[in-house]
Design a binder for this molecule. Structure first.
Ligand SMILES: [Zn+2]
Length: 366
C-alpha cells in the first residue's frame, strides 16, 4: 500500500513537469484528473488544486462551452452571456438548451519556445563529420524546420597565437551574423538566432559580444561547449542589457585543451572546465567528456533529441530549468602575467617562424 500522501506527490510532479516543459499550462479538472490517473470527482484532487490557487501558482478561469454535441467549442468568457453560439450559430433559446459552464485551470508559467534558427560557430579546423551530422540531426529531430548557419572561417593553425588575427576573424563573424539577421528579418523569422559555439569559436563569439561595432546584434539562447572564454566573462551584463537571452555552458570534465588556452591564446580562459562565474549563466558538467566529445555523433544526437540537455535548454522555460550535473564554479584567477607573457612570447616566436607556412596551407586547403 502506498502511504496516503503518495497521490499528491504524483500530482505535484505533474504540475512541475508541465511548468518545466512549458506545455499543458491550461487544463480542465477532467483533463488533469485523466493525466494523473484519477477521477474528476476525486475530492482530494479538487482540494489540492484549490490549495495551489491559494498559494498563487494556479488560476481558475470560468469559461463556457457550446452544449451542441457536434460543436462543443469553448466560448471565451469575454463574450458572455451567450444566447447563440458564435461557431455553430445555434440559438440556445430556440433549441431549449443552456451554455455549459466549465472551469479551467491555468498555471502561472512561461510557455515552451521554438528554436527559430541557429548559428553554429565551430572550433579550429573542425571540418569534421559533425557539421553534416549536426544539420541532419537538427532537421530530423526537431519538430519544426529551423535553418542552421554553420559559420566557417577556414583553416586556422598557429594563427590562434596572435591577437590581431582574432580581431579580424571576429569582425568577419560579426559581419556575417549581421547579414544573416537581416535575412532572417526579411523572411519574417525572429531576429535573434540561437547560438552554438565550440572551442575557438567561443572566443570569437565573446569578441563579437564585446565589440562596440556589433552592439546592434542580439542573440537568443547561447550554448558554449569546450569553451575557451574566461570564467569571469561578464555574461550578466550582456543578459541584463538584452544582448543575450540566456547562456548554457556545457563543461567537459576531461577537457584538457581549454585549460592551457590562456597560455597560448591571449584573452582566453578555461570556461569550458571551470565554468562561468556569472550568476545568470547555467553551467552543466559532463564528467567524462573530452574537448570535442560534445560533437561525436552519438553525443550530439543525445543533446538534440527530445529531453536532451541542449534541446531542453533551447525550448523549455528557464524559470524551472534544473538540469542534472549543474556546476557552481568557484572563483577563478588568471595565471600570473609573467607566465602568460613568457608562454605567449614563445607563441609569437612560433608564429613568426611558421606564419608563411600557415598562409600557404590556407591557400592550398581552404
Ligand atoms: Zn456551437
Amino acid at each position: 500500500m502506498n502511504p496516503p500522501e503518495a497521490p499528491e506527490r504524483g500530482w505535484k510532479a505533474e504540475i512541475a513537469r508541465r511548468l518545466e516543459q512549458g506545455d499543458g499550462l491550461e487544463f480542465t479538472l477532467a483533463q488533469f484528473a485523466q493525466a494523473v490517473g484519477t477521477a474528476a470527482e476525486d475530492e482530494a484532487l479538487r482540494e489540492f488544486l484549490d490549495q495551489a490557487i491559494e498559494s498563487g501558482g494556479l488560476k481558475k478561469i470560468e469559461a463556457f462551452r457550446c452544449p451542441m454535441p457536434e460543436c462543443k467549442k469553448v466560448l471565451s468568457p469575454a463574450g458572455a452571456p451567450y444566447s447563440a453560439c458564435p461557431y455553430c450559430l445555434t440559438d440556445y433559446r430556440e433549441e431549449g438548451v443552456e451554455v455549459i459552464t466549465e472551469t479551467f485551470y491555468q498555471l502561472a508559467g512561461e510557455t515552451s519556445r521554438d528554436i527559430r534558427w541557429m548559428i553554429v560557430v565551430h572550433g579550429m579546423n573542425s571540418r569534421a563529420k559533425w557539421q553534416e551530422e549536426f544539420s541532419w540531426q537538427i532537421a530530423n529531430r526537431l519538430r519544426y524546420s529551423a535553418p542552421v548557419l554553420i559559420y566557417k572561417y577556414g583553416w586556422v593553425t598557429i594563427d590562434v597565437l596572435v591577437c590581431w588575427l582574432h580581431r579580424k576573424l571576429a569582425k568577419r563573424l560579426g559581419e556575417r551574423m549581421r547579414i544573416a539577421i537581416a535575412q532572417a528579418e526579411a523572411s519574417q523569422r525572429p531576429p535573434r538566432p540561437d547560438i552554438i559555439a565550440h572551442s575557438f569559436g567561443t572566443h570569437l563569439l565573446s569578441m563579437v559580444l564585446t565589440n562596440p561595432d556589433f552592439e546592434d546584434l542580439k542573440f537568443g539562447r547561447v550554448i558554449t561547449a569546450g569553451s575557451v572564454i574566461r570564467p569571469d566573462f561578464d555574461w550578466d551584463s550582456l543578459i541584463e542589457n538584452g544582448r543575450v537571452e540566456a547562456v548554457l555552458n556545457h563543461v567537459g570534465g576531461k577537457d584538457k585543451p581549454v585549460q592551457v588556452a590562456q597560455f597560448a591564446i591571449p584573452g582566453t580562459g578555461p570556461g569550458g572546465r571551470v565554468g562561468y562565474t556569472a550568476r545568470t549563466t547555467i553551467n552543466v558538467c559532463a564528467p567524462t567528456f573530452k574537448h570535442s566529445d560534445f560533437f561525436l555523433p552519438e553525443n550530439l544526437r543525445a543533446q538534440i533529441a527530445d529531453g536532451g540537455l541542449w534541446h531542453n535548454f533551447l525550448t523549455h522555460p528557464l524559470e524551472h530549468f534544473t538540469p542534472e550535473g549543474r556546476l557552481v564554479p568557484v572563483s577563478w584567477k588568471r595565471a600570473p602575467l609573467v607566465i602568460r607573457s613568457a608562454t605567449r612570447g614563445l607563441g609569437y616566436a612560433v608564429f613568426a617562424m611558421f606564419a608563411p607556412f600557415s598562409w600557404l596551407r590556407r591557400r592550398l586547403d581552404p
